[in-house]
Design a protein around this ligand. Sequence first.
Ligand code: ASP
Length: 331
Amino acid sequence: MKKINRRRFIESSVLAGAGITLLGKDSLAVEKPLYSNKSERPVVITTWDRGHEPNIKAWEILSKGGSSLDAVETGVRVAEDDPNNMSVGYGGLPDETGVVTLDASIMDWRGRAGAVGYIQNIRNPISVARKVMEKTRHIMLAGEGAKQFAIDNGFKTENLLTEASLKRWNQIKEKSKDTNFRLPNDGHDTITMLAIDEDGNISGACTTSGLAWKIHGRVGDSPIIGAGLYVDNEVGAAGGTGIGEAIWRSVASFLIVEKMREGMFPQEACEFAVRRVIKVSDKYLSTDGQAAFIALNKNGETGAYSVRTGFDYMLTKNGETKGIKAGYELK
Ligand code: ASP
């Protein structure tokens, strides 16, 4: 046996022991995943426990044999329509100029993706993102173009700034008026939903009004495929919430999916990503910044983890929805 072949043989044996097979020169395939084989599906997991309605609506679709794509779109639309949820859609907190700008992305089991960034006056950006995915040869539309595309596709325009959001904006402006600083980041959260359907197909949806009081024109991680959301139907899906710049720097959702591909459980992969985010994003997370992730694998197993305390999520299995507090890294 030549030296090089012997090395590859040893590598192959080690990897085979770990359930991984070397296919060709450069390709690795997970033959037998390192996680358990029990298959629990359908499953829905969503960032933040702000009322179970989004998961319940998604479950209604999945329990009738519907697709994970329809489930996640329908589920997050519930949050977008809810004026009491002030971090997405209608009633989302505005930027520092008092304008509501929204970001969203969607991805399905076929690897298709659609997104909108900095869109205004359209309450359901997730559905515009789906239209971009299904009706164009592009992945993302932004700003005026995204809005015009939405109008052309039958979406109605409206003022998204509710009285409650305007009140919060006025209060924060008043509080910050004696300082030279820009308005502080004190209100944000993204609704990211991942689902696997009866057929084992995975999709994800991510929607947000972004960081409250952000600089006008800022776009966060949520519409960036790989940062705020990623789906690979061979492996699983992941999505995030928190300071978008920190999540984006680490392309964290893609990182989580790749770690699951290498054999990590969803929980381990989320913990790995949180540590990476802390390592590369000190500037954003050193005071009280939060970043948090959820993940779902092909077996319907889930994970969640955050930088700091305070992150919770909703999990639906067997028709039952629970709010769960996630573990966190910085104690
Ligand atoms: N990730 C969002 C953004 O940075 C905000 C959040 O989830 O809290 O736009």
